[in-house]
Write a protein that binds this ligand. Sequence first.
Ligand SMILES: NC(=O)c1ccc[n+]([C@@H]2O[C@H](COP(=O)([O-])OP(=O)(O)OC[C@H]3O[C@@H](n4cnc5c(N)ncnc54)[C@H](O)[C@@H]3O)[C@@H](O)[C@H]2O)c1
Length: 337
Amino acid sequence: MKKTWLVTGGAGFIGSNFICGLLKKRNDLHIINLDALTYAGNLENLREVEGCKSYTFIKGDICDRDLVSKIFKEYDIDTVINFAAESHVDRSIDGPAVFLKTNTEGTQVLLDAALRAWKKHPDDKYSKDFLPGKKFVQISTDEVYGALRDDSKDKFEENTPLAPNSPYSASKASADMMARAYFVTFGLPVNITRCTNNYGPKQYPEKLIPLMVKTALAGGKLPVYGDGLNVRDWIHVSDHCAAIELVAEKGVPGEIYNIGSNNEHANIEIVKDILSRTGRPESLIEYVKDRPGHDRRYAIDSSKIRRELGWSPAVDFKRGLADTIDWYISEEKRNVQ
Ligand SMILES: NC(=O)c1ccc[n+]([C@@H]2O[C@H](COP(=O)([O-])OP(=O)(O)OC[C@H]3O[C@@H](n4cnc5c(N)ncnc54)[C@H](O)[C@@H]3O)[C@@H](O)[C@H]2O)c1
């Protein structure tokens, strides 16, 4: 019998790559995608799995308690992968409330539904017995750790204290705390993953790579925050997805896993690469006032997931970035036609 995985936010960048990748290689899963289709959700991202018998799409909000509990009643959910989120830091500065609602409260709604559906003895508040084979994976971010100094060699480890600096990262850190509490208090089998910046196809064009490709192709000025030297640790989305699948299947309940692929690059390097691949001059770069609270550097120590679960990234950064830029160039040309 197939296992049923509830994937939330599956119409977004990482969720859609996760669902399409999984359904391409596995036939033992039924995936239910619960997505509210906000501005960032796009069913086009899931074109290749439309009509597939192992895939069900439900349009809805993870904050909707009635809907979420109905889904748990209707389907025997084995695994929850919670991608659904407001994910853009700039938007969280302009309007933090929806970040708290979706990222924190929405996570609590899902945790609660899983707790009620998966407990062996629902009326015994002290019992920590759960039905076998259940897992809740909370998709978090390295941004919950705050910022590193750019002159240090430090990296975030799983036990680095949380120090989120933006409303986005604060809402994600709050969700992590809630997930942790559901493990400690109720014994719910939870994992938290904290990944670095993802790149790859299907990202909404407000994030660095798709935004810069789009702007460069249009011949516009490329806005770069501050001095452009903010450093991010980049990972290809397919490597992130492979790590999440492994955590869902083999992660030890209650554990946190950092995911990263040791590719630290300053934003300006990425922007220059985009200009060179799109054949545009560097004179298009325009340095603009820095984002308030802009974290200087993120870098993650992912040795735990490599050592304990045997994960390692497969995509070479130079090749992956070139393919990604080319993908956005061809999408942009397709849209213009
Ligand atoms: N993009 C990255 O580099 C990165 C890195 C680390 C962690 N993450 C985390 O991974 C997850 C996915 O990120 P992404 O970049 O794919 O985001 P995204 O913005 O591309 O997609 C988010 C998806 O969630 C859906 N959604 C939003 N609010 C919802 C709600 N209330 N109910 C149901 N669905 C809702 C949207 O419609 C969209 O499809 C997020 O939790 C994010 O914090 C992202």
